[in-house]
Design a protein around this ligand. Sequence first.
Ligand code: DGL
Length: 290
Amino acid sequence: MRSVRIWPTPCDRLPLTDMHAETCSLPIGVFDSGIGGLTVLKALTEALPQESFVYLGDTARLPYGTKSARSVTRYALQTTALLKDRGVKLLVIACNTATAMSLDALHEAYPDLPVVGVIRPGAAAACRASKSGRIGVIATENTVNGRSYEREIVRLRPDAQIFAQPCPLFVPLAEEGWCNGEIAELIATRYLGSMVENTGIDTLVLGCTHFPVLSEAIQSVVGPDVTLVDSAWTTAEFVRDMLARRDICSTTASRTLSFLATDGAERFARIGGVFLDRPLQAQDVEIVDL
Ligand code: DGL
């Protein structure tokens, strides 16, 4: 998979007041419907080694991809309220579905909170990667129906042609940790078996944060000539820029990582470790009610 590496650059300005220093040391909030957003958290922690993070997976209410806009927006507002109470200085919506359906509502409800979604960064990564401008997007039903990727890609590259395909079964597959092997490939073949032949795409956007863990199965179906793109590293780049622009980069040497979920600490830790590529224990995950 092609991904863009971002190396950390320290903020060039130091905090001027105690209050400002306090803001800089606050964590960044990251949320998803489940553990998929950990693929984004992994990139964020690597790209921003001085920043602290609090991750919330709304595992009790997953999936978001088939719920109504009203429900997803209510969930997104509730998770944001909880993360705001935990004192986050910036919010990353590490969920394409919630970004597509609720970004505007979050901006409206929290005008002072910097919020970064994953769709604009994902679209930017796709436009960079594609030579032909024929770009496939796979995502949840809600993200595909909302057409946010089309809008963002065409805004950056008006000549682009976008071919979108919902792949809802990839979400429970990833949550189950069945990332490779026969079943993953069978489902990938069912969804994507004729996509490249029918559309001529050279780039495929993994427009759901659960999908990067399935890249091997997806790549085996679409073939080696199609570049898979996800939004994780480009999102980290957007976050780094926003922190610098607002002058709220952390300057502390010791950072913290906290994990919250709305259900299933053991499962979150067991499968989340695969997404994060490091072991997680159930006792590392705090269960919260929304
Ligand atoms: N990981 C989420 C996304 O990026 C959604 C999965 C779901 O809850 O349906 O869209």
